[in-house]
Design a protein around this ligand. Structure first.
Ligand code: G4P
Length: 533
């Protein structure tokens, strides 16, 4: 059966979850997969993760720290829609990977802990979503615990994020007094059932109208009045939900619930199905011209937003995660990498269903396929059948920490170079080769990246390395006319380096120095991000 790429793309919902650590991202992921029928019991996401790690014994650090360092994707088919949930690493220190994953998402669910509201990491990730025009759905989690006043939570969204919150539900109490929530559109009340005395979870009762006599089983008269008044007040005080404003990034629909108790999850999933956008057209360059690639176009195209190496230590393979932008991909197809012109036969593409990996026979815009390869594919690569498309916008971020790296055994210097290049291609850390001196400088957004790196160098490459402070504090990519960039490079040799793509990078000892050179060389730009590919 031949499917239309336009129709197939229209039923895709590719989204990521953003949150501050501990707000409940993992629990919500699990419960969304449960609601979508992708897994049968909660606890499987973690168990499966553990299994995978024990089997392949990679990323020991992940296990020791109990955090998810590597992002993956999970796909499930639910009520006629195909959901692709991109799993973003949640540690506040390790964010570059998360940023890149967000380039592959069409929408994001922002999870807030109802007691804490907007936390620093939420804000940082939100800013990336805004930069990339990714619409945000808000899920206020942990309503079964003592929460802040929901009106204050909405105020915080409005003031800190400059986003209009449009609640679609309204909670009745929180913590021990949490009774459920009112669906503001249907005016149906969804009762929340506590666990039984012997800690059993028996699910939540059916929704019912507020005028239904049976409501007294869930709300006493005071609680009912409070809920009715609260709901009325909030509907008067907030703008009604407007899907167009949401897609433009001015408004966020707000859901409430308890991920742990699987409450509000079906509603969130239905909301994503109804309002989250299908893949849209993507800006690309083709033979020097800017074009929009439509999901329904016949040519298959996509970009690599993540590369994961050594998932299985017996094979030195890497998996490149390709977000498809157009066409109907079929297994065995040949795709060309735009910047190298290399052609690859995609014979064993993988799709990641929650229960297992499967060979992908076909895939459409919005889907993510894993392509095993031996280092041919890199983060930021654009792939298409003719190999002429280059997608814009996969950034490298200016590192916040720069360190010199040395291998303890000097005979292994050459080996180190290869290993560092491999990790930089994967996007684990950034690598700079100073024009003068022989040491490599590695850059990262957070300290944890260095630990991940040291761990991987030791386990995968048998290299024992030392990190030492470098004299540099900031790195900037230089933009401008080639002759002017060259002139600058010539006069600043001791502060110049190149990145893995041989682009000129200025290394400064302080932020002040960046300000100083930018003023003196106003014909050049000193950029915090560089778009690859
Ligand atoms: P994260 O991925 O965002 O870091 O958060 P995660 O889901 O791991 O949740 C962090 C903690 O919050 C976990 O407790 C989890 O059980 C709890 N939690 C998540 N959602 C809810 C909720 O809706 N209600 C309540 N009451 N708790 C919630 P933990 O004790 O740190 O871990 P665990 O031992 O339960 O796994």
């Amino acid at each position: 059966m031949s499917q239309s790429p336009t129709l197939e793309a229209a039923r895709r919902r590719t989204f990521a979850i953003i949150s501050h650590p501990d707000a409940g991202k993992t629990t919500l992921t699990e419960n969304l997969l449960l609601a979508g029928g992708a897994i049968r019991a909660a606890g499987q996401v973690r168990a499966r993760g553990e299994n995978r790690r024990t089997r392949s014994d990679w990323m020991k650090i992940e296990r020791e720290r109990g955090i998810s360092v590597s992002a993956s994707v999970m796909t499930f088919d639910h009520e006629g829609l195909m959901f692709n949930l991109l799993d973003t690493p949640g540690h506040e220190d390790f964010s570059e990977d998360t940023y890149r994953t967000l380039t592959a998402a069409d929408a994001a669910v922002m999870v807030l802990d109802a007691a804490k509201g907007i936390e620093p990491q939420t804000l940082k990730l939100f800013e990336v979503c805004r930069l990339r025009d990714i619409p945000i759905v808000t899920f206020i989690n942990k309503m079964d615990r003592e929460a802040q006043d929901p009106i204050e939570l909405l105020d915080e969204i409005a003031s800190k994020l400059a986003l209009d919150p449009a609640p679609l539900f309204w909670p009745a109490g929180s913590g021990g007094r949490f009774k459920g929530m009112l669906d503001l559109r249907s005016q149906q009340f969804l009762p929340f059932a506590k666990r039984t005395a012997d800690n059993k979870d028996e699910g939540h009762p059916e929704a019912l109208g507020l005028a239904d006599g049976a409501i007294s089983r869930f709300l006493d008269p005071t609680e009912l009045t409070e809920l009715e008044e609260g709901a009325l007040l909030i509907q008067e005080a907030s703008k009604p939900f407007n899907p167009a404003a949401f897609l433009e990034g001015h408004m966020t629909p707000v859901f409430f619930g308890s991920a742990l108790r699987h409450f509000g999850i079906d509603q969130l999933l239905a909301g994503l199905g109804a309002y989250a956008p299908p893949p849209k057209s993507v800006l690309a360059h083709k033979s020097g011209a800017e074009i929009h690639v439509e999901p329904g176009e016949s040519e298959v195209s996509g970009f690599v937003f993540k590369v994961q190496a050594n998932m299985d230590p017996n094979h030195r393979d890497r998996i490149a995660f390709l977000r498809l932008c157009s066409g109907r991909f079929q297994r065995g197809m040949k795709l060309k990498v735009q910047n190298t012109g290399r052609q690859i036969s995609v014979n064993a593409p993988i799709m990641f269903f929650a229960s297992d990996r499967e060979l992908a026979e076909e895939a459409f815009a919005g889907d993510v396929i894993g392509i095993p390869n031996h280092g041919v594919l890199r983060v930021g690569d654009s792939l298409s059948e003719a190999g002429l498309l280059r997608f814009a916008g996969l950034p490298n971020f200016a590192p916040e920490i720069l360190q010199r790296v040395r291998v303890k055994d000097p005979l292994k210097a050459k080996h180190l170079k290869k290993a560092l290049e491999g990790l930089a291609e994967e996007g684990v850390t950034q690598l700079f080769r100073p024009q003068m001196g022989s040491d490599f400088i590695v850059g990262a957004v957070g300290q944890l990246q260095f630990e991940v790196m040291a761990d991987r160098l030791a386990n995968e490459y048998q290299l024992d390395v030392l990190f030492e402070p470098s004299p540099f504090a900031e790195a900037r990519w230089i933009g401008g006319a080639p002759s002017e960039v060259e002139a600058f490079v010539d006069t600043h040799k001791s502060a110049m380096a190149t990145d893995i793509d041989n682009q000129a990078v200025f290394l400064a000892k302080s932020a002040w120095e960046i300000g100083y050179v930018s003023e003196r060389y106003d014909n050049l730009s000193f950029q915090r991000t560089r778009e690859r590919g």
